[in-house]
Design a protein around this ligand. Structure first.
Ligand SMILES: C[S@@+](CC[C@H](N)C(=O)[O-])C[C@H]1O[C@@H](n2cnc3c(N)ncnc32)[C@H](O)[C@@H]1O
Length: 350
């Protein structure tokens, strides 16, 4: 069985499916997807038995619409309520895992199983330990993807190519003094794109930042909290609490025309509601001109074929950077706090 389950935000199944088919085909793996709208996951099945694992040729980090994935081991239905554990053990003989992920589709129906999942963890863990299916020092995690207490899919993921978060979701607490809920998008983007060991240099106090489309200031808030000096560009008003910090200068200008006065900007962030291609071109211009070292930006996706649109925009960006001779890192992810949009990082590597 060469099947994979990919988790995504409910409503984005088609994008998740289009992306995995496209990216797997690029590395010579062909397959098809089964999915239903709003079920919050996609089933991807490879059509040829090549022996190549999807995990060995694709990185979860390189997929935009997939939050988490696992390879299917067995689908179990009609489990007896008196003994769910024996059939699970039977299916897992010969496998070894270092941890268990009790998961379910990120839908209202799926969440109803969360209570059962929690209770079931302890006896399952004990039974798996006894059989040495659960042991230390193995790079694999076991997934129980549950639809009900009697119906689930067993699967495995590789720790170095999977999310270490439950359901691949980073839950963040909205700060009481945050000017808008959007603030969580930038906070999540920092976690997603910047390794913790690089925070000290790339998110350090004293760096200069520009926030295009800044009002009321949720993204500026994150930069200010890191101790940065921020030029906030927007015709709309910025939160007084941010202006009072002394770290923010507000310019009522068009974000598409604004240019930095000095070459001392590290971060450009942009949350303007505009066509993705227009925003991406603006970000590319900043990076190519060395007006900033790195940029985090949102691409709003109100259209139907989101993956195809994004793919085209990112390809255009890559071509432009290549032609300009700029070495770069480009990443894109549909974050948990994103809705009809994705978040990208573009960074100069010189
Ligand atoms: C989604 S909101 C930004 C929210 C902000 N990131 C936050 O966390 O509070 C988009 C903002 O972009 C601004 N905007 C749209 N087009 C703009 C432009 N051409 N120049 C400057 N600001 C623009 C709007 O005024 C609006 O305040």
């Amino acid at each position: 069985m060469n099947q994979y389950i990919l988790y995504c935000r409910a409503g984005f199944e088609r994008d998740c499916a289009a992306e995995i088919q496209f990216k797997a085909a690029e590395v010579g793996l062909y397959g098809f997807c089964r999915t239903q709208e709003n079920q919050a996951y996609v089933e991807f099945e490879l059509t040829q038995e090549t022996g190549t694992e999807l995990f060995s040729v694709l990185k979860l980090d390189d997929l935009i619409f997939t939050r988490q994935w696992f390879k299917v081991i067995e689908k179990l239905e009609g489990l007896a309520e008196t003994d769910r554990i024996s059939p699970i053990i039977k299916s897992l003989i010969g496998y070894q895992f270092s941890d268990i992920r009790m998961e379910y589709p990120e839908t209202n129906q799926g969440k109803e199983i969360a209570g059962f999942a929690k209770k079931f963890t302890v006896p399952l863990r004990q039974a798996l330990k006894k059989q040495t299916i659960l042991t230390d020092n193995t790079p694999q995690n076991l997934h129980l993807f549950m639809f009900s207490s009697t119906h689930l899919i067993l699967g495995m993921s590789l720790q170095n190519n999977a999310s270490d978060l439950l359901l691949g979701i980073r839950r963040l607490k909205f700060p009481a003094d945050g000017p808008s809920r959007s603030t969580l998008k930038l906070e999540e983007a920092f976690h997603q794109f910047i390794p913790k060991k690089e925070w000290e240099t790339r998110l350090s106090s004293g760096l200069n930042a520009v926030d295009l489309g800044a009002a009321p200031g949720g993204w500026t808030y994150q930069l200010v909290k890191k101790g940065m000096m921020v030029s906030a560009i927007d015709n709309g008003p910025m939160a007084d609490s941010l202006m009072e910090t002394g770290q923010v200068k507000h310019f009522k200008e068009d974000g598409f025309k604004y240019q930095p006065k000095k070459q001392n900007v590290h971060w450009l962030v942009c949350d303007m509601v505009e066509k993705p291609s227009r925003v991406a071109r603006l970000m590319t211009k900043w990076v190519e001109n060395n007006w900033c070292k790195e940029a985090i930006f949102n691409l709003k996706l109100p259209m139907k074929q989101r993956f195809q649109n994004v793919q085209q925009v990112l390809e255009e960006t890559q071509i432009s950077l290549y032609e300009a001779g700029v070495r770069y890192e480009l990443k894109a992810k549909h974050l948990y706090h994103d809705r009809e949009e994705i978040t990208c990082l573009l960074r100069r590597l010189d």
